[in-house]
Structure formats: structure tokens, C-alpha cells
Write a protein that binds this ligand. Structure first.
Ligand code: SF4
Ligand code: MG
Length: 294
């Protein structure tokens, strides 16, 4: 049964509509609370209707997200948010589709899906709540746990090099790559709005502390001290090389849009091919198609 579309009178009412009535069971201070608040605020600010938004997640603490929103949602199996979200977008191209989850769900169990969503440039947003730990299963090292950090599975300190999500997503060819911080809620909403508006696959890695298994609330202070905002005045968003450099700069946590590029989305390509075929014309050369939306 379709969710009945509601026309809120104020943005606050719209935000409340997206939040639904279920109280999150995340630990106090968990960064996931900020992502829920920032996302519901962004969806309301964009004037979207709950009936036209779908949030798809995998498994993990952060993947509880759809349960706390009143738009369409699906809690997939571990690591499979992206393929499910792909199916939703292909079957309902007009819907705003958001895939979300944690660092383990996205970069370990579901890591193989990312490059394919990226190369298709599907018009969706992927939000990773990156806390560098498996929180739901009580504190094992994840793919983004920094070297030296003690966890339940690295009791003398993690000895493996972590992966670097921003660098990987840039290397895959993602057309929008950004980083947010759960300690900066106001900006998180702004960033989500920008990412959702991007025509193509937008990726937002949210540095999202897990106070329970990654060092308490002190993390917020430590990260805040490392925070540096990227703006069009201090960073050229069209420079892939500069984005790669900033993604790995030691001692600094850059927040904002690292890279942005306009390319034909999967949906635009399909539409163009369909219209061309219906007119009885030969399919356009691949190069021409790629250039069409630059
Ligand atoms: Fe958040 Fe960590 Fe608690 Fe999970 S265990 S809800 S990630 S603080
Ligand atoms: Mg995690």
C-alpha cells in the first residue's frame, strides 16, 4: 500500500514527518543520531515528500536508519544496500534513493558492489557512517580502524593498514565525493542536500564516532581540533588530483566537497538510447554520450 503523501506547512513539520515516531536505540553520543537528524532535515529542506524517498541500508548499528524514518525504507542483508538501492532506482527513476550503512557493511562485506554503482553513475546518494569499528557486534576492528587502535579483535593494536574511503571512491571514478562530521550537525544537513541534488552517484563519508567502542566522547574533541572546512575559496572541486591529496593529508580532517563532476547518469543514458531507438536512428557513439552532460 502506498504511503499517503503529506503536504507539511513548515520545514519543521516536514522534518518531523520524515523522522517518524520510533525512538532510536543507538547509544547516547553515537554519531548516527546526527546523521538521522541531518538527513531528515535535508530531505525536508529539499521539499521532498516521504512517499517519494527510499532509504536502503545493510546491517549494522547505522543500518537501523530506515526504522527511524517514515519514508520508504528497506533493511537489506549485510553489505547489500547498494544492489537493492540500484533496483529501486531502476524501477522508480523518479524516486530519491539513498543507500546508507556502516564502514564494515560498505567497504568489507559489500565492497565489491561499490565500483559498479559508481561506474554506472546511478543517480543516488550513498552515505557511510564511518566509525572505524563493528559496533553492532560489539567492537571488532573494521576496514577503517586506524593502525594501532585496540579493539576486541586487535587487543594489542590494529596492525593492518586501513582503507581510505575517499581515495577509493575517487579512484573508482565517483562523480561526487564528500566528507561530513557527526560533530557538525548543521553542516551535515547542508552537505546531504548538496549530495542529494547532485545528478549522479554521490558519496558522503561521515566521520561518525562510536563512543562505546572507540574511545568515548573524547573523540569529538579530538576530531573537532583536526577539522578543516573545504570551501570553493580554498579548494577547486573539479581537481581530482587535489581531492586525492586532501583525502590522505595527515593530521587534518577535511570536511566538505572534495570532488564534483557532471557526467551522464545511467538513467540519462538509458533514456537517450531509448529515444534514439524509437526514432529509428542509430545509437550514438559512446564518446558522444559521455560528453553530452559534461
Ligand atoms: Fe553507536 Fe557504537 Fe553504540 Fe553502535 S555501539 S549505537 S555505533 S555508539
Ligand atoms: Mg562501523
Amino acid at each position: 500500500m502506498a504511503i499517503e503523501a503529506r503536504k507539511p506547512e513548515t520545514q519543521e513539520e516536514a522534518r518531523r514527518n520524515f523522522r517518524g515516531g520510533v525512538k532510536p536505540i543507538w547509544c547516547p553520543g553515537c554519531g548516527d543520531h546526527a546523521v538521522l537528524a541531518g538527513l531528515s532535515d535535508a530531505l525536508a529542506a529539499l521539499g521532498l515528500e516521504t512517499a517519494n524517498v527510499a532509504v536502503i541500508t545493510g546491517i549494522g548499528c547505522s543500518s537501523r536508519l530506515p526504522g527511524y524514518l517514515s519514508c520508504y525504507g528497506f533493511n537489506a542483508i549485510h553489505g547489500r544496500a547498494i544492489p537493492i538501492a540500484t533496483g529501486v532506482k531502476l524501477s522508480r527513476p523518479e524516486a530519491t534513493v539513498i543507500a546508507a550503512g556502516g564502514d564494515g557493511d560498505g567497504f568489507s562485506i559489500g565492497g565489491g558492489h561499490l565500483m559498479h554503482a559508481v561506474r554506472r553513475n546511478l543517480d543516488m546518494t550513498y552515505i557511510v557512517m564511518d566509525n572505524g569499528i563493528y559496533g553492532l557486534t560489539k567492537g571488532q576492528a573494521s576496514p577503517t580502524t586506524p593502525m594501532g587502535v585496540r579493539t576486541k579483535t586487535t587487543t594489542t593494536g590494529a596492525y593492518e593498514e586501513p582503507i581510505h574511503p575517499l581515495q577509493i571512491m575517487l579512484a573508482y571514478g565517483t562523480t561526487y565525493v564528500a566528507q561530513g562530521f557527526a560533530g557538525d550537525l548543521r553542516y551535515l544537513s547542508t552537505l546531504f542536500q548538496d549530495a542529494i541534488k547532485h545528478p549522479g552517484f554521490s558519496f558522503v563519508d561521515v566521520v561518525c564516532p562510536c563512543p562505546t567502542y572507540r574511545g568515548g566522547m573524547e573523540q569529538y574533541r579530538t576530531l573537532k581540533a583536526m577539522q578543516h572546512m573545504l570551501t570553493p575559496d580554498n579548494h577547486d572541486e573539479s581537481s581530482w588530483e587535489e581531492a586525492q591529496r586532501l583525502a590522505r593529508e595527515p593530521g587534518v580532517m577535511h570536511i566538505g566537497v572534495f570532488y564534483r563532476e557532471r557526467r551522464a547518469t545511467y538513467g540519462e543514458t538509458l533514456t537517450h538510447l531509448r529515444e534514439t531507438a524509437l526514432k529509428g536512428k542509430p545509437a550514438p557513439r559512446v564518446e558522444a554520450l559521455a560528453e553530452m552532460y559534461r
